[in-house]
Design a protein around this ligand. Structure first.
Ligand code: KG4
Ligand code: ZN
Length: 347
């Protein structure tokens, strides 16, 4: 079957078309098209994402990406000729004005093509991204579960246990800033361009990670929660107290502190829940230091291809496939509502 997926939860407009073939061992996914239009340049002057600007950009980008995606996947745009089996769309979490643009667009397409509409949780997409290696990838039946995933993005930092397919338990999460958000805020303090995560990690490679001993908030707490706002504040104090400072050393020491906490809590969760598989997902999964430290602790960890760490629609289509095959019931889909604070459910 073929699924077209739409992602507009934040500052990336994305449309992908995937073909899924069922085999005895599991499923084979082929990415026929994977279109992403980044709005970074539009939001950069504001130092962060402006929800209403994001909405206008999505409205402008969606028809352009749709044409490109259908052309690349060799599918017709016309109403009756559709060879697609379903349209999927992210309905949360994210910025509601941005989410609505994707939902409205998806509803129109599903009506035009007379196919099912599948609502997808954005975080479920990030969880599946760890299983996506290239343009063709296989997902085997069972076997990988229970799976522990560290999701680290601009809006989320969560340790999630997937007990069985589509059954999630949030083991721990951030009590304040997300890891990516902390990267972005510290980058702003250092007057680095938005988004700050990639900029900090580039600088950090040339710095000394032991130069400054930043705090590791909650690293010894008994639970599996995180907190990054205190760390961010101590970078601010450091900048106030030092007239001369090395941006490289700050970047490197800050990155080390974040990675230390993320890795320590993942190890703790792994010891406690003894998962079969450990995986990483989300925008911050592009961070090399984090990837290296996790691999050191868990040599078999599933890391998403860097192509799929940031927001994309291919991961939404993958998650949609399993939602679709479990319940063909699409009645609910007519009432899809953008849900900014949507959480992963027990299934
Ligand atoms: O998953 P994502 O694309 O969007 C959300 O769902 O939030 O994550 C974006 C976040 C941003 O905060 C960005 O600064 C961060 O991921 N990021 C990084 C790196 N690349 C992106 N953070 C640290 N190191 C990186 N290399
Ligand atoms: Zn995301």
């Amino acid at each position: 079957m073929k699924i077209l997926a739409i992602e507009t939860s934040c500052d990336e407009t994305a449309i992908a078309v995937l073909e899924i073939k069922k085999t005895r061992a599991g499923e084979e996914f082929s990415i026929l098209s994977d279109q992403v239009a980044s709005q970074i340049k539009i939001h950069a002057p504001f130092g962060g994402v402006v929800p209403n600007l994001a909405k206008l950009e999505h409205i402008k980008n969606l028809p352009i990406l749709l044409k490109r995606a259908l052309k690349e996947a060799r599918l017709p745009l016309g109403s009756r000729a559709s060879k697609l089996d379903a349209v999927a769309v992210t309905y949360g979490p994210g910025l509601e004005p941005a989410l609505w643009t994707g939902i409205e667009f998806a509803k129109k397409l599903a009506r035009l093509w007379r196919v099912a509409l599948i609502p997808v949780n954005h975080l479920e997409g990030h969880i599946y991204s760890a299983l996506m290696q290239k343009s063709k990838f296989k997902i085997q039946n069972g076997g990988i579960y229970p799976m522990l995933t560290l999701i680290v993005s601009g809006g989320h930092t969560e340790l999630v246990l997937t007990k069985k397919r589509l059954q999630y338990k949030i083991l721990g999460e951030t009590l304040d800033d997300a890891a990516g958000e902390a990267f972005d805020k510290v980058a702003r303090m250092l007057k680095l361009p938005y988004p700050g995560g990639p900029e900090i990690s580039k600088l950090a490679k040339f710095g000394n990670s032991r130069a400054i001993n930043f705090p590791r908030p909650m690293i010894h707490s008994k639970d599996l929660n995180f907190s990054f706002s205190g760390l961010k504040t101590s970078v601010l104090y450091y900048l106030r107290e030092h007239k001369k400072f090395s941006k490289r050393n700050i970047a490197s020491s800050f990155e080390e502190a974040v990675v230390d906490v993320l890795v320590r809590k993942t190890v703790k969760a792994a010891e406690q829940y003894k998962p079969h598989t450990i995986a990483l997902g989300g925008g911050v999964a592009a961070n090399d230091q984090l990837r290296e430290e996790l691999v050191r602790k868990f040599p078999n960890i599933l890391l998403p291809d860097k192509r799929f760490t940031g927001d994309n629609a291919a991961m939404i289509a993958t998650a949609a496939y399993y939602r679709f095959t479990r319940s063909k019931n699409t009645k609910r889909s007519k009432n899809i509502k953008a849900t900014g604070n949507l959480r992963l459910s027990k299934g």
